[in-house]
Design a protein around this ligand. Structure first.
Ligand code: NAD
Length: 329
């Protein structure tokens, strides 16, 4: 099938082309993001392939449908960037990659925890300048800590397993419990109790209208003094202003982010020669106890191979009229 592949970097093209040796689709790569402004590029393509920072709203969907698009294949697990209701109304099918490597995201999460705790990001810079002082680098043992995992699905449960092996006590909050987490001793509690009792809180639930700003001023107020907060899920789960207030007061002692609610237009791009206009983001960068990565938790060789393979398999299933377990509508 002819596929218009939007928003690709050289690494996406490399992995998609390698996987396509098995599927034989005609992949046409477009560097821009998909939006109402660029939808015209997809004219004549039955399938459109996108990523998380493409805007697939009602207007974009209407333009795609007018150009003959029948299928949207997102190279992501999350789908909060797609207006599924409008897609369904227009008869456009949407497929995704529900799982590609929970290990990639979970391991990055634990990397942020370790780095923040032991201040490895600061130590790296100090040693390069021949400053071998340990002042300000004091950490704590993870062994014996209480970690609260919000969202105990695929990524949350792998994160829990790694932290269990470190000797952490596990609290969980989810709309349904996961037997894999229960089997390693996780105790499910209310959100309030998790916030009150955890030394480290890690977010792994999807962004939905229910979970938007789950971490707001009220939630921060319930947390332990000096808590570590980690978000590798979706930026919109966290009210950034509330978290900045928490950092300023010392309530939040450590913040690790791989996602940010206004990340669109920032992350995945080299802006090193530009003046960043987002003052909230720039304020976050001024704290010594904040560590931010630019949505790279998924970024392992294994994950990119799986993303490419599942995306192309989803498109093949649609082309052959076969049922697709990864269909959203
Ligand atoms: P999953 O569906 O396996 O697990 C999500 C869990 O969250 C489920 O157990 C679900 O019951 C629970 N949940 C849903 N709504 C909730 C709510 N309001 N409160 C508490 N729990 C709730 O998904 P996953 O594969 O573990 O992925 C989790 C999230 O990680 C994705 O939604 C995505 O946003 C994010 N993610 C980030 C990256 C990255 O690179 N940073 C990569 C992949 C996924």
């Amino acid at each position: 099938m002819r596929v218009a592949v939007f928003n690709t970097k050289p690494y996406d093209q490399q992995f998609l082309c390698a996987a396509n040796a098995k599927y034989h689709h005609e992949l046409v790569f477009f560097e821009p993001h998909l939006s109402a402004k660029t939808a015209k590029l997809a004219e004549g393509f039955r399938a459109v392939c996108i990523f998380i920072n493409d805007i697939v709203d009602a207007e974009t969907l209407q333009l795609l449908q007018a150009g003959g698009t029948e299928l949207i294949a997102t190279r992501s697990a999350g789908f909060n960037h797609i207006d599924l209701h409008s897609a369904q109304k227009l008869g456009i099918k949407v497929v995704r990659v529900p799982a590609y490597s929970p290990y990639a995201v979970a391991e990055h999460t634990v990397g942020l925890i370790l780095c923040l705790n032991r201040k490895i990001h600061r130590a790296y810079n100090r040693v390069r300048e021949a400053n071998f002082s340990l002042d300000g680098l004091l950490g704590f043992d993870l062994h014996g800590c209480t970690v609260g995992i919000i969202g105990t699905g695929k990524i949350g449960s792998v994160t829990a397993k790694i932290l269990h092996s470190f000797g952490c006590h596990l609290l969980g909050y989810d709309i349904q419990s996961n037997p894999a987490c229960l089997s390693i001793g996780m105790v499910y509690v209310s959100l309030s109790e998790l916030l009150e009792r955890s030394d480290i809180i890690s977010l792994h639930c999807p962004l939905t209208p229910d979970s938007y700003h789950l971490i707001n001023a009220e939630a921060v107020a319930k947390m332990k003094q000096g808590v570590m907060l980690i978000n590798t899920s979706r930026g919109g789960l966290v009210d950034t202003s509330a978290v900045i207030d928490g950092l300023k007061s010392g309530k939040i002692g450590y913040l690790g982010l791989d996602v940010y609610e206004q990340e669109e237009g920032l992350f995945f791009e080299d802006l090193s020669n530009q003046v960043i206009q987002d003052d909230v983001f720039q304020r976050l960068l001024t704290f010594p106890n904040v560590l931010i990565t630019g949505h790279q938790a998924f970024f392992t060789r294994n994950a990119l191979q799986n993303i490419a393979d599942t995306t192309l398999a989803n498109i093949s299933a649609y082309e052959k009229g076969e049922p697709c377990a990864n269909a959203l509508c």
